[in-house]
Ligand binder design. Structure first.
Ligand code: ADP
Length: 590
């Protein structure tokens, strides 16, 4: 193996060893003939052993390993190896050739801009239209990218930013990505808080004299903080807001900066100030592009695809999401072209309620077909994902609680879903985060409508089993998930008793406020107020009052003594009663 390639493997060794499931890659490498069956037996599942072996092999092995990473959706790890590819393989060329320079990759990765999907086709006319609008964004202003769900807006927005000249000439301050989706005020606050934190942290790395502030406590404060950061620390940068639904959200970003946002609602830019331009995204890909996706999945040339390919594209109406689902199926079953065409044409899987004028039939057929080829065990696990909220990304650890499986087993299952385009992976985070496209969640919700309550009940029961000794306290992504969504699952499961005993507990209030700040907590009492009131409206009032009086204190760090705060409530309050008990306990313990 070339020196450069070996050195790159050694440098990237710890990331590779930590993140890959070697068994998946080995299938590809055996079929490339660079690993033998005996060697596979020796290595089994250990990434470290695979790397050790790889270091003793030739350039071909390096390329094969690189290609296997790309095919198994480890795009971020593949990109670590990309620059040292000894002989650039056609696949590598395809995936990264105009994926920008090292500098572009670094800027986009720092700003959290998603990578290209593993199977990707370019839409040059559209990308150029967006870039042209971005070039004209000399002053603060807005570019709206609008179109149907699943039409490829997010992929397009990320692609438009993936350009060296554009970044250096127009956005030297960087490109900062924020996924929005359907969210309420408290979620929005948390998103902006995390954006501000990210920006402050990065700017502190560059300039250690700049200080980190406590998180902004209200939306107004968050808006001001962001305005300050964009103006002072990140001038001439681009903010990309992905999937905005609501005018109140877009108003929160009306802070005199340069924004590109994707949306299904073209009129949203009407409610903000500054220069505006827009780009429409057609709902489907051009036929040639859709055929290219299918060809990439089956490793063939578009011209050589069987005759059914064009009809499949027509049935999918060129939807990139649906074509990807079918492509992933065909990769696994390359002789099923006629069968999947027939499946798409059958339209037996009719949605009961159509959520918009868009015709989702093809998506329904493709999803049903993809789910059908899962093993029975994996199918049940996939159906469990119905309970996730839209636009929420979860780490594997949450699913390990839900499924009661070891983390390694969970990763195997998730890899299977990712390979089938049934699930997406956000590689910018460690640990990786997983999410579904919201059309896929719509499909699952529709399919499991009658079983929804019991699916949510399962989440709560599994959580209770895992955390019978007390809630998680680590502050990692998993812990955040439970603090954010446990109440949601309880409410959806109709577990009123459980919900009330959780929310009427000072311990829960203290831990959740400490980990997440008070905004979500306050929102929970508003959102589930009607359910809590059925149990005890007075107690609900006590907690809500306590939070509205002390919200600002609960934002302070170091975190205040909640028992002390609660003792200043009227003695008729349940909050006071619990605080008194805890104070007495403390006194007895000395
Ligand atoms: P939207 O933002 O409009 O809802 P996305 O950009 O999330 O749609 O795209 C949905 C899915 O379609 C992606 O996850 C990806 O699988 C596929 N897709 C979109 N654009 C492309 C593309 N240019 N090449 C390949 N696949 C694409």
């Amino acid at each position: 193996m070339e020196e450069g390639a070996r050195s790159c493997l050694l440098q990237s060794r710890s990331s590779l060893e930590q993140d890959i499931r070697a068994s998946y890659l080995m299938d590809h490498m055996i079929s490339d003939g660079v690993l033998t069956g005996d060697e596979e037996d020796r290595i089994r599942k250990q990434a470290a052993a695979l790397l050790e072996l790889l270091l003793r092999k030739d350039n071909q092995a390096y390329i094969s390993f690189y290609n296997a990473l790309v095919r198994e959706s480890y795009g971020d790890l593949a990109s670590l190896l990309h620059n040292s590819l000894p002989l650039v393989s056609p696949e590598a060329e395809k995936s990264f050739s105009d994926g920008g320079t090292r500098y572009v990759q670094a800027v986009l990765s720092e700003g959290g801009v998603p990578q290209r999907p593993v199977v990707f086709v370019s839409r040059p006319a559209l990308v150029n239209r967006v870039r042209e609008k971005l070039y004209r964004l000399q002053e603060p202003g807005w570019v709206t990218v609008f179109g149907m769900a699943g039409s490829g807006k997010s992929v397009l927005a990320a692609e438009a930013a993936r350009d060296h000249a554009l970044i250096t000439e127009c956005f030297p301050g960087g490109v900062h990505w924020l996924s929005i989706g359907q969210l309420d005020r408290s979620d929005l606050l948390v998103r902006i808080q995390s954006l501000c934190f990210r920006l402050e942290q990065q700017s502190q790395e560059k300039d250690p004299s700049s200080s980190l502030h406590r998180p902004p406590g209200s939306l107004e404060e968050a808006k001001e903080r962001l305005r300050f950061l964009m103006l002072r620390r990140y001038p001439r940068s681009l903010l990309i807001l992905d999937d905005i639904w609501d005018s109140s959200v877009i108003k929160a970003f009306d802070i005199q900066c340069r924004v590109l946002f994707t949306t299904r609602d073209r009129s949203l830019a009407d409610c903000v100030s500054g220069s505006k331009s827009e780009v429409a995204v057609e709902s489907g890909l051009e036929e040639d592009q859709a055929l290219e996706i299918l060809a990439l999945y089956v490793n063939g040339k578009p011209q050589r695809l069987p005759e059914q390919a064009r009809s499949i594209v027509r049935e999918c109406k060129g939807s990139p999401l649906v074509v990807s689902l079918i492509g992933a199926l065909l990769r696994e079953f390359p002789d099923r072209w006629a069968y999947y065409l027939h499946t798409l044409q059958q339209k037996k899987f009719k949605r009961i309620r159509k959520s918009s004028s868009y015709d989702y039939d093809a998506l329904d057929q493709a999803m049903a077909a993809s789910i059908q080829v899962l093993s029975e065990e994996h199918r049940e696990l996939y159906i469990d994902l119905t309970v996730l909220e839209k636009d929420v990304k979860v780490p594997a650890k949450v699913l390990s609680v839900l499924w009661d499986l070891e983390p390694e087993e969970v990763e195997d299952v998730l890899q299977d879903f990712v390979n089938k385009s049934l699930l997406f992976r956000d590689c910018h985070h460690r640990p990786y985060l997983y999410y579904l496209h919201d059309l896929q969640l719509d499909f699952l919700a529709e399919m499991n409508r009658s079983g929804l309550e019991s699916l949510h009940t399962k989440v709560v029961r599994q959580y209770q089993q895992r955390y019978s000794q007390g809630p998680p306290t680590s502050g990692d992504e998993e812990c955040l998930y439970w603090f954010r969504f446990l109440t949601y699952h309880m409410a959806k499961a109709n577990l009123t008793q459980e919900l009330c005993s959780l929310m009427f507990s000072l311990d829960w209030v203290r831990t959740k406020a400490q980990i997440m700040g008070p905004a979500h907590l306050i929102n929970d009492y508003v959102e589930y107020g009607a359910i809590l009131d059925k149990e005890n409206s007075e107690v609900r009032g006590h907690f809500q009052e306590f939070l509205s009086l002390n919200g600002h204190q609960l934002e302070q760090r170091p975190f205040p003594d909640v028992v002390q705060l609660a003792l200043s409530q009227p003695d008729s309050s349940e909050v006071y009663r619990q605080a008194l008990l805890q104070a007495q306990e403390r006194a007895t313990r000395g």
